[in-house]
Design a protein around this ligand. Structure first.
Ligand code: NAD
Ligand code: UDP
Length: 325
């Protein structure tokens, strides 16, 4: 007889997925991590491989998957602009076909399923802060569309499976998250600035640096996802999960330079097309329905992210690759 919850984490070898697998195992779950290693790596989950309740399968979610599980966290999808724009067609397929396959699996085995959606469904928002009822301002044909529209379509599929097939769904809209195991080469602002500051190189601020983002520490985010999965069936979301502290990119750059005590200076580079001007989650729904709010202040979270990248840079190969870029 099987007493433990069997939990599938797609994209489990990625940044967020690896932290989630770790926490689910610690809570006594039986975890199946599925990943095609497009942006994730074995290294992120190496420490879990010997755990007797952890299993790893190399699989691309755009193909059907047949496993028996009780819960599914669907995280598979490249998340940084550099990575998701590398093969945009595959990004849309991963979001849309991946959602169809995982929803089909959930329907067959009657599993509860959570979608890792994103604040990008709000696009370049003209409502601030972003509340879940806001429908967004998204360019359907631009360079970010493969990700934004792919994730929007995945949300549509989740809600149609809920309405049409009574599936137990949970949709989390994740805002910018940072912390250890972020990919050093994925071009996201927190990893870029920390690595540049540690190497005493110029920090590349895109545009004038007055655009804002709100940064959530990974442990807080994982708490939010687990709490959302545990809610009663009537709660489907979408629910914003993020840290409402809002910073300009210039403020972030200044903070990182100061914390590291770096000799780096700030330089400006062109602003990427369709780069959102502002972003901050309204988390009142998460506070009310999940009793969740982030606990980690930016400087505290940055301290662990900085130590992680310091350690990474001490590894020969990594330093050489980053120094060559
Ligand atoms: P990540 O790139 O580190 O992880 C994504 C994982 O999915 C990787 O391990 C990758 O190899 C895997 N993957 C990609 N395509 C796949 C496919 N077709 N089949 C199987 N596996 C596949 O990114 P992350 O930051 O950990 O993001 C995880 C999820 O959270 C993504 O769905 C992302 O859209 C969402 N999200 C993240 C953030 C953030 O700030 N990190 C913000 C909003 C939403
Ligand atoms: N950004 C920047 N310098 C960098 C990388 C990013 O100024 O080296 C900016 C980027 O233009 C955006 C913000 O930082 O305004 C967040 O970018 P990221 O790619 O981390 O996430 P997203 O744009 O998807 O929120």
């Amino acid at each position: 007889m099987h007493l433990q919850r069997r939990i599938l984490v797609t994209g489990g070898a990625g940044f967020l997925g690896s932290h989630l697998c770790e926490r689910l195992l610690a809570a006594g779950g039986d975890v199946l991590c599925v990943d095609n290693f497009f942006t994730g790596s074995r290294k992120n989950i190496e420490h879990l491989l010997d755990h007797k309740h952890f299993e790893l399968t190399r699989h691309d979610v755009t193909f059907p998957l047949y496993v028996e599980v009780d819960e599914i966290y669907n995280l598979a999808c490249p998340a940084s602009p550099i990575h998701y724009q590398r093969d945009p067609v595959q990004t849309t397929k991963t979001s849309v076909h991946g959602a169809i396959n995982m929803l089909g699996l959930a329907k067959r085995v009657k599993a509860k399923i959570l979608q890792a959606s994103t604040s990008e469904v709000y696009g370049d928002p003209n409502v601030h802060p972003q509340h879940e009822e806001y429908w967004g301002h998204v360019n359907p044909t631009g360079p970010r569309s493969c990700y934004d529209e792919g994730k929007r379509c995945a949300e549509t599929l989740f809600f149609d499976y809920w309405r049409q097939h009574n599936l137990r769904i949970k949709v989390a809209r994740i805002f910018n998250t940072y912390g250890p195991r972020m990919h050093p080469n994925d071009g996201r602002v927190v990893s870029n600035f920390i690595i540049q500051a540690l190497l005493d190189r110029d920090l590349t601020v895109y545009g004038d640096g007055t655009q804002t983002r709100s940064f959530c520490y990974v442990d807080d985010l994982v708490d939010g996802l687990i709490k959302l999965m545990a809610t009663k069936d009537q709660i489907t979301g979408p629910i914003n999960i993020g840290n409402p502290g809002e910073f300009t990119m210039l403020q972030l750059a200044g903070t990182i330079i100061e914390m590291i005590g770096s000799r780096s200076r700030i330089v400006h580079r062109p602003l990427p097309e369709n780069d959102p001007r502002q972003r901050r989650p309204d988390i009142s729904r998460a506070q009310e329905l999940l009793s969740w709010a982030p606990r980690t202040a930016l400087r505290e979270g940055l301290t662990s992210a900085i130590s992680y990248f310091e350690k990474l840079l001490r590894e020969e190969g990594v330093r050489a690759t980053l120094t060559a870029n």
